[in-house]
Design a protein around this ligand. Structure first.
Ligand SMILES: Cc1cc2nc3c(=O)[nH]c(=O)nc-3n(C[C@H](O)[C@H](O)[C@H](O)COP(=O)(O)O)c2cc1C
Length: 355
């Protein structure tokens, strides 16, 4: 049996394999409520054989959406509709996670298939908020968050986690990557605050650490708590892999089970060394030096490549995004390529068994 298709226990959750679906926004919600598109999209991914389907960034507050069409989990109604995803997944032994998110200064933008840029409040957008009133190039300027708003945000993450558990998700992931709000607090490029939430490393990581602690109080030991980080800003003087190792130690101490290691997104000035598996080195370093489980993500496209990444145990799982869009049954194909067999859904069995 390959490493990719062997079980993995993280926190209180046992995944049937280590080929996981990475979170992917669908920009197709209405008032934050997922729609029929999501049923088709997640249905195909759930029946594809992954150990974990992590659903898209879901806003903890309306102004935390990347676009007006992004999904949310700030109301009970949104959570009730989300509950269909874990309910369906359970039939296939697939675990589900939800990414709790706030887009900060990168909120209130157009969907990717429209012109890039901000949506004005007069056109259904809103005033964005951030640690400091510094715009992301090409977007409207955010307003600096008050200390009261920072307090409120912690409550929004906690309430969203509670709703997500009620909806039946096995894993809660805090989105602290890709230049969105929690990453904006971490990075010295976007955080110029002079209070206890800005300046030193300890101050910049304070908000994420507090949110992780609050959310852990809500997420029981039977479930998993992940944090997705951008392990590097890929900018001199920005957030670095060394910062990520130190942060991951702190998150581990607060009960986080796994660090989902992505990178970049804080500024268009980033100089990314893109190539197959280009973020794997971050996942390796964090797991080895911070002693917390990690998954790798980014340009992992074949079963052989995923198996190689997992082979020496320095990374515990892989998340796959675009290759899963191209083939939602990627795990079934990858297993076959590695000489393992994982079942097709029963409904398709007649097409793929000798009987
Ligand atoms: C359509 C699309 C939507 C995405 N939405 C999210 C998201 O909601 N949250 C997130 O953390 N990353 C998001 N990403 C990034 C992916 O999860 C992944 O990290 C990235 O695509 C690199 O992996 P890949 O090379 O396997 O595609 C998105 C990527 C795509 C292609």
């Amino acid at each position: 049996m390959s490493k990719l298709f062997s079980e993995l226990k993280v926190g209180g959750v046992t995944f049937k394999n280590r080929a996981w679906v990475s979170p992917m926004c669908q920009y197709s919600a209405v008032e934050g409520v997922i729609q029929d598109w999501h049923a088709v999209h997640y249905g195909s991914l759930i029946t594809g054989g992954s150990g974990l389907v992590m659903v898209e960034a879901s806003a903890v507050a309306p102004e935390g959406r990347i676009t007006p069409r992004c999904a949310g989990i700030w109301t009970d109604q949104q959570a009730q509709v989300w509950a269909e995803v874990p309910r369906f997944a359970q039939r296939f032994g697939v675990k589900t996670g939800i990414q709790l998110a706030h887009a900060g200064r990168k909120a209130s933008t157009n969907v990717p298939w429209d012109e890039p840029g901000s949506v004005a409040p007069s056109a259904g957008g809103w005033q964005t908020i951030a640690p400091s009133a510094i715009a992301f190039e090409g977007y409207a300027a955010p307003r600096e968050m008050t200390l009261d708003e920072i307090e409120e945000l912690k409550g929004q993450f906690a309430a969203a986690a509670e709703r997500a558990l009620g909806a039946g998700f096995d894993v809660i992931e805090i989105h602290a990557a890709h230049g969105y709000l929690l990453h904006e607090f971490l990075s010295p490029i976007s955080n110029k605050r002079t209070d206890e939430y800005g300046g030193s490393f300890e101050n910049r990581i304070r908000l994420l650490c507090e949110i992780a602690s609050y959310v852990r109080l809500i997420v029981p030991a039977t479930h998993g708590l992940f944090v997705r980080i951008s392990a590097s800003d890929w900018i001199d003087g920005g957030w670095s892999i060394e910062d990520s190792v130190a942060l991951s130690r702190e998150l581990k101490a607060r009960g986080v089970d796994l660090i989902d290691c992505s990178s970049a997104g804080i500024s268009p000035e980033q100089q990314i060394e893109v190539g197959p598996g280009y973020q794997v080195k971050f996942a390796r370093q964090i797991q080895q030096e911070a002693g917390i489980l990690t998954n790798a993500v980014g340009m992992i496209t074949t079963g052989e490549q995923a198996e190689e990444i997992l082979s020496d145990g320095a990374v515990s799982a892989v998340m796959i995004a675009r290759a899963m869009l191209g083939n939602p049954r990627w795990p079934i194909q990858a297993a076959a390529d590695l000489g393992d067999e994982i079942p097709w859904p029963n409904q398709y069995a007649r097409g793929f068994t000798a009987r």
